[in-house]
Design a protein around this ligand. Structure first.
Ligand SMILES: *Cc1c(COP(=O)(O)O)cnc(C)c1O
Length: 385
């Protein structure tokens, strides 16, 4: 089967719509000329709408992790005390990057599969009477477990503390609402290959005026990732170094699609995907890693039956049905599999994937009745449309 007929059910990269693929093949232009200026201005306005912000949003040609590193080197100086709130692999990654650049990182960890307790974060900050903590790092949607943190509650818990709040929203922005300005988020990081429906290679940072002031005084070494020069160039409709021009063409197309649908509808559609997949999985008799209250609209982590193992399910469904699912990371390897349902996914794709999963489970020896999961998902779809 060709790649185009695969069911790419990963939490990134996600399927790229045909009109976006075609836009990616637009001929090159001068990145210092008026056409690129128009392009970057339209795209930046569109990305700001998704972020719900009036702040500067800069774009880098990189994976999401590049923007995480940019968030560290522009806003955290070596020796700064950083409070890292982690509920999984990506929370840990943010802490590791901060440590790599000399920050004194204190980590508050929560069990994998659970959300962060905003009150516990608030209590730790309240103890910090001398305001030694300069930055709080937190993941919005933890892609390794399919859990969403309540960023608004964490912001409120941190309200009386001057630390910058830096949020990794790579797998949520565009699928799950992020109110950058209303929630008073200082830095919000995202990336192209998830809800934005374009290939990997662009990352975004929204930066509050307060964060920009911190960047002015930040002593961490940086050159390529320097926010100040990125903001200065953006004001001229350029980037400091050669941008990934093709990806901007793709992004312009995908942002137009998002605007045509409307953000409210986009979020509701993703919530419906979540409910369909979770309902279907439960009706098959499988266990979900996350509770309903904290379950992600971007992806669902499923606990595999112990006697089968998650990786056998993944290879069977890939070989027989061209359904590509993600595995568990680190200590969750072979324990869970993850179904991505963000970006350019359709309801009927999900029904097909659930049907293939049921056949897979039966072929691997699980005693289930075919069709129960699909039926449950259909019922949820019929009610939720
Ligand atoms: C995908 C993702 C990233 C970035 O991953 P890259 O592979 O560097 O693009 C960061 N944080 C979260 C939560 C993610 O899901």
């Amino acid at each position: 089967m060709s790649d185009e007929q695969q069911y790419l059910m990963l939490p990134g990269p996600t399927p790229v719509p045909g009109n976006v693929l075609r836009a990616l093949s637009t001929p090159m232009i001068n990145h210092r000329g008026p056409q690129f200026k128009e392009l970057i201005e339209e795209v930046t306005e569109g990305v700001k709408k998704v972020y719900q912000t009036q702040n500067h949003v800069v774009t880098f040609p990189s994976a999401g992790t590049g923007a995480m590193e940019a968030a560290v080197v522009n806003f955290i100086s070596p020796g700064d005390r950083v409070l890292s709130v982690s509920i999984g692999v990506f929370g840990d990654r943010f802490a590791k990057i901060a440590r790599a650049f000399g920050a004194e990182v204190e980590q508050i960890e929560f069990p994998w599969g659970e959300a962060a307790d905003a009150e516990a974060v608030g209590a730790r900050l309240a103890e910090d009477r001398n305001h030694e903590i300069k930055v709080i790092l937190v993941t919005h949607n933890e892609t390794s477990t399919g859990v969403v943190n309540d960023i608004k509650a964490i912001r409120q818990a941190a309200e009386d503390h001057p630390a910058l709040l830096i949020v990794d929203a790579v797998s949520s922005l565009g699928a799950i609402e992020v109110k950058t300005d209303e929630w008073n988020l200082d830095v919000v990081v995202s990336g192209s290959q998830k809800a934005f429906m374009i290939p990997p290679g662009l990352s975004f940072l929204a930066i509050s005026p307060r964060a920009l002031q911190v960047a002015e005084k930040c002593t961490s070494s940086r050159y390529y990732w320097d926010i100040k020069s990125a903001v200065e160039y953006l004001e001229k409709g350029q980037t400091p170094y050669t941008p990934a021009i093709s990806l901007y063409y793709g992004l312009r197309e995908s942002l137009r699609m998002m605007q045509a649908e409307g953000m409210e509808k986009t979020f509701a559609r993703h919530a419906l995907y979540r409910d369909m997949v979770r309902g279907g999985i439960q009706a098959m008799g499988l266990r979900l890693l996350a509770d309903d209250k904290v379950a992600s609209s971007s992806l669902t982590a499923v606990v595999a039956p112990e006697n089968i193992g998650a990786n056998r399910i993944r290879s069977h469904i890939q070989e027989n049905f061209d359904v590509i699912m993600a595995g568990g990371q680190q200590k969750l390897n072979d324990i869970i599999f993850r179904i991505g349902h963000l970006g350019h996914v359709r309801c009927l794709d999900l029904l097909a994937v659930l049907a293939a999963l049921e056949i897979t489970l039966v072929e691997l020896g699980m005693d289930i009745e075919l069709g129960r999961g699909v039926k449950r998902a259909q019922e949820i779809l019929a009610k939720g449309r």
